[in-house]
Design a protein around this ligand. Structure first.
Ligand SMILES: [Zn+2]
Length: 316
């Protein structure tokens, strides 16, 4: 008994990042290894001395299966396969969005973008420093923040931008300076709004949601009437909801950047900026759906292949 199984859950990472908590890259996935429920609560094992009042209590060491349980196992495996395929689909869509973003044009000249960024900083009174880096000038930041070295390399290559309130700076690639306006939106959210700072701090919720949901589901045990528990029923929605603060805060950061550009450069068309930011935001929406799928997967029961026994066996 207590045969523990491990289930690998992938959560797709969005493109942008803020806060320096994690540096997301569109090509990477993070792996969460979830300790699944023990055999005792996980499987619908039946033992010979079971009574009607104690349907799930196990006395026997040998799990026995009847036809109904075999069907349940088949359905669970089918659900797991479907969820994993859906995850792949989400990753694929997210890569498409990230690709569009990477190929997206700059909406204004470098000088104009810097003008907007400086206006955002001075008008809002932001403390955060602004950096634009490539491989020729990244080293001073890497020396100051060795923990962010890898993230800074990615930015220098043009593959990301981020804001960190611990390091108190926003950084964008020299090749794509317009990303800085979104990052300064994060800085504004953190420094100037209690509400959005709260949402920014809730990023962690989405990252651990599948594990927490699996743990809570484990902890609450099976319902005696055999029906789905609240967590089992709504795991996907709960997982997505846990990521919602991030989706909202990301949208707000972009909105602040676009508003600042509109104000500082009234004669410049913002179509390219809005388009880039929309596809960046879509990677977060898709990541939220990914967390929902991972949460559902985390509680999906998949029995390990075992020696099958018949009902007749169980009567012996
Ligand atoms: Zn962001």
């Amino acid at each position: 008994m207590n045969n523990l199984t491990l289930n690998k859950i992938s959560i797709y990472n969005p493109y942008f990042c803020s806060n320096g908590q994690t540096n997301f890259n569109a090509q990477e996935t993070s792996k969460f290894w979830l300790r699944e429920q023990s055999q005792q609560t996980k499987t619908d094992t039946i033992e010979t001395t079971k009574t009607a009042e104690q349907p799930n209590q196990i006395v026997s060491e040998k799990p026995l299966f009847n036809n109904f349980e075999a069907d349940t196992a088949t359905n669970a495996a089918g659900t797991a396969v479907f969820l994993r395929l859906a995850q792949r689909g989400i990753e694929w869509l997210s890569e498409i969005c990230a690709g569009i973003l990477m190929r997206g044009k700059e909406f204004a000249s470098e000088a104009d973008v810097k003008k907007v960024a400086n206006a955002m900083k001075s008008e809002k009174g932001l403390q955060a420093d602004i950096h634009y880096i490539d491989h020729s000038n990244k080293d001073f930041l890497k020396r100051m923040f060795p923990g962010l070295a890898k993230s800074l390399d990615t930015v220098a290559s043009g593959g990301n931008a981020f804001y960190t309130h611990q390091g108190n700076f926003a950084v964008a690639p020299k090749s794509k300076p317009s990303l800085i306006l979104h990052e300064l939106g994060h800085a504004t959210n953190f420094e100037k709004s209690k509400f959005f700072r709260g949402l920014q701090k809730l990023r962690v919720l989405g990252m651990y949601a599948p594990m927490v949901i699996a743990f809570l589901n484990d902890f609450s045990g099976k319902r005696k009437d055999g029906k789905q528990s609240f967590i089992e029923k709504y795991a996907g929605m709960i997982g997505f909801s846990a990521f919602l603060p991030t989706i909202i805060e990301e949208g707000a950061a972009s909105w602040r950047g676009i508003q600042a550009a509109k104000k500082t450069l009234p004669n410049v068309k913002l179509g390219a900026l809005k388009r880039n930011y929309f596809f960046a935001w879509m990677t977060y929406v898709l990541a939220g759906v990914g967390v929902g799928l991972a949460s559902k997967l985390a509680i999906t029961e998949v029995k390990q292949p075992k020696e099958k026994r018949t009902n007749n066996d169980s009567q012996q």
